[in-house]
Design a protein around this ligand. Structure first.
Ligand SMILES: Cc1ncc(COP(=O)(O)O)c(C=O)c1O
Length: 306
């Protein structure tokens, strides 16, 4: 989802597959007065260009960013506010890590593993920020783990290179792990994680071996989400459930090895807008979208040669 706004007038470009999969999220935004358009759309020049190249695309965050930026620069008084990816967004999100650290310090707990889901990287970057600082200064050691969908594996199968932050190629380049700005992820139910690139600071940490990354498939994610809901009474968002999957796997590892460790993970959102996806999982009809090397090579081939 990406938005351009002017005072209370807000134009939202909602990734087409999320527009269809998350109708209640769409209606909440409309109730508060936003104009919500499924992206890519024919309402913008960049949307028309993307549709000409990929007529059947379910959309991606990269497409929605292009359309919202165009809306902001072509409508008098409108502004575009970035929700993830670039480094300044990590700065605001660091409140998550600062509060987590303050809570742990209050009880004298030092975590061993810190886990977050990774779409553009903002919640993970914010969660690990104070811990990564200590790690970089040699004051403490933590395992920092990014969890991404196997259908959009920017870290685990991407390249560390300069690339466009949006599919329409109207935004600046960033050096990041990327699958290529033309990469179109399958329409899995982790809408907020369907982004081709990754925040540059996190990309550098991963490149330097200070951050680990794991890719997980959506049925395994929903298994973890269901177990978490039943044990904790909290219905997690599919995106957050990527982190829950790996937190459970790490806890099972501790159980096997008999090693007591403290595992922290970020719970980024509620699943109440994602009941279509939960319904499919409950019916056993949630499909996987295996990604071939040829699909990935196609995204790399269209990247700028720098
Ligand atoms: C619930 C939820 N969690 C996580 C994310 C991932 O975004 P980021 O990697 O930028 O934190 C999103 C993105 O839309 C989301 O909706």
């Amino acid at each position: 989802m990406a938005c351009a706004f002017y005072n209370l007038d807000c134009k939202v470009f909602m990734v087409k597959c999320s527009y269809e999969q998350k109708p209640f999220r769409r209606e909440i935004m409309r109730t508060y007065g936003a104009q919500v358009t499924p992206s890519p759309s024919s309402s913008s020049a960049v949307g028309r260009k993307i549709l000409a190249e990929f007529p059947d695309t379910p959309g991606s965050l990269g497409c929605a960013v292009s359309e919202a930026v165009e809306a902001a620069v072509t409508n008098e008084g409108y502004r575009y506010v970035l929700g993830s990816v670039l480094n300044q967004v990590l700065l605001h999100q660091s409140i998550i890590g600062l509060e987590t650290k303050a809570a742990l310090d209050k009880y004298g707990i030092k975590p061993d593993v810190i886990i977050g889901c990774a779409g553009g990287g903002s919640n993970l970057g914010g969660l690990i920020a104070p811990f990564a600082g200590e790690k970089l200064r040699g004051e403490a050691d933590y395992r920092l783990v990014a969890v991404e969908p196997a259908s959009c594996p920017s870290f685990t199968r991407g390249k560390f290179a300069y690339d466009f932050c949006d599919t329409g190629r109207i935004c600046p380049l960033a050096k990041m792990y990327t699958l290529g700005s033309s990469f179109m992820p399958a329409s899995t139910h982790a809408g907020g994680l369907r982004y081709h690139g990754m925040n540059p600071v996190l990309s550098q940490l991963y490149h330097d071996g200070l951050l680990e990354a794991v890719a997980v498939t959506q049925n395994d994610v929903f298994k973890a989400a269901t177990e978490f809901a039943r044990v904790e009474g909290i219905l997690p968002a599919p995106e957050s459930s990527h982190a829950i999957r790996v937190a459970i796997d790490e806890a099972l590892r501790c159980k096997r090895t008999g090693k007591a460790e403290t595992i922290v993970f970020g719970l980024t959102g509620t699943g109440y807008f994602d009941m279509v996806a939960y319904g499919k999982f409950n019916d056993g009809t949630l499909s996987e979208a295996p990604l071939t090397d040829a699909d990935i090579e196609k995204g790399f081939a269209a990247m700028p040669q720098i």
